[in-house]
Write a protein that binds this ligand. Sequence first.
Ligand code: FAD
Length: 422
Amino acid sequence: MVKVAVFGGGWAGCAAAIEARKAGADVELVERTDMLLGTGLVGGIMRNNGRFTVAEELKAMGANELIDLIDNNSLHKNIDFPGHEHSSLYNVAIIESEVRDLVHKMGIKTIFQMRGKEVRLKDNKVTEVLLDDGSKMKADAFIDATGSAGPIENCTKHGNGCVMCIYRCPTFGGRISISEKAGVKESQGKKEDGSTGAMSGSCKLIKESLAKDIQDRLKNAGVCIVPVPKDLQKKDALELKVCQQYAHKEYQENIILLDCGNSKMMTAYYPLSVLRNIPGFEKARFADPISAGIGNSMRLMSSVPRDNTMQVQNIDNLYCAGEKAGFLVGHTEAICTGTLAGYNAVKKVKGEKPLEISRNLAIGEGIAFNLEQMQTEEGLQNRYTFSGTILFERIKELDLYTTDIGDIKARVEENGLTNIYK
Ligand SMILES: Cc1cc2nc3c(=O)[nH]c(=O)nc-3n(C[C@H](O)[C@H](O)[C@H](O)COP(=O)(O)OP(=O)(O)OC[C@H]3O[C@@H](n4cnc5c(N)ncnc54)[C@H](O)[C@@H]3O)c2cc1C
């Protein structure tokens, strides 16, 4: 039986593990912390803009498990907020245990509180990865889904220090890139001013710390938009963010809250003393990062060169997915690249031709366009998401964005990809 080892249990790693398992592999998933989903533990927004098309393409291709699970655990569906249409919001409070159950039911072995930390290679192939406890993980193929956030040294050097985010580096140790340990040269994202990295673009407030009418509006509509008096607006709110898709002026002039279980505030951070002067936020408290009055986690610190099958350049049996695979930001982006990586890792070991998804589909165009852009200097300043910025513009231009599920199924069928992932 083919054996696949996946490093990183975020959305990308979970999707990769699930698809490799469906393709018949014996799969072990190694995760640094005590929970799956990584940054997905504090996210929640799905199906906004082009992510809707991608979610339905995945379903038509037979990779429906995670999309269905997320849909079934969404608190709000088909909601709009500035620049974003037909979004759904999953419940961050319960999603992890649901995904963990699914992964275990599928027979995927999980190893928590463990990092891959050294890589052994022979003839352009990874032979084994050494784990934190000194044991060795051997496999036929390896998937690097270790993300791009932190560790603390990066948050200190390029951000406002450790702000105690969901990554919890002081507890579990920092992120370690498998590809980098295999000798692959990685790239780092740049901000507009040329400095390194990007700050995560949203934080969470404890719902009960907000005024009752804000709580009610969030519960009923999923969204609550509170205008901010001019003198209390955060001037740097837009430049810093990873999430360029939310860098509209509405996000500076208002506090935009979304109900993802916690109340998600669509700005990187907000000084608590300023926030508490805004009506309705007099008792506000942050849930994530715990120090979101000071800053947020730094991301896009580690991207690996790859091809369109998700194979890491020059290493025959190492695949990559998610943020690691080219500043592809978002849960949907992690799931579609993870699924492809898991599928192709098994194909490659079996000696079959790995899949490149046609550019007639939003997923295929996204993966290929991202790769082209990452090879340019200015491409390192962009973030790639189906929900906004240049990638969403691109799929709109090419007429690949649609919310017509019938059309999406037909397009997948025309490209011979219906149920390819089943
Ligand atoms: C605050 C915040 C809010 C967000 N909100 C949204 C949202 O609403 N909607 C959306 O679509 N996107 C959102 N995003 C972006 C989205 O969460 C990510 O782009 C996506 O989930 C990345 O998934 P990933 O699996 O590639 O990486 P990650 O989620 O970073 O997962 C990587 C995993 O690898 C583990 N790991 C690291 N090194 C090792 C190692 N050596 N061995 C084993 N494990 C290791 C880490 O512990 C982690 O669990 C948000 C991000 C943040 C930070």
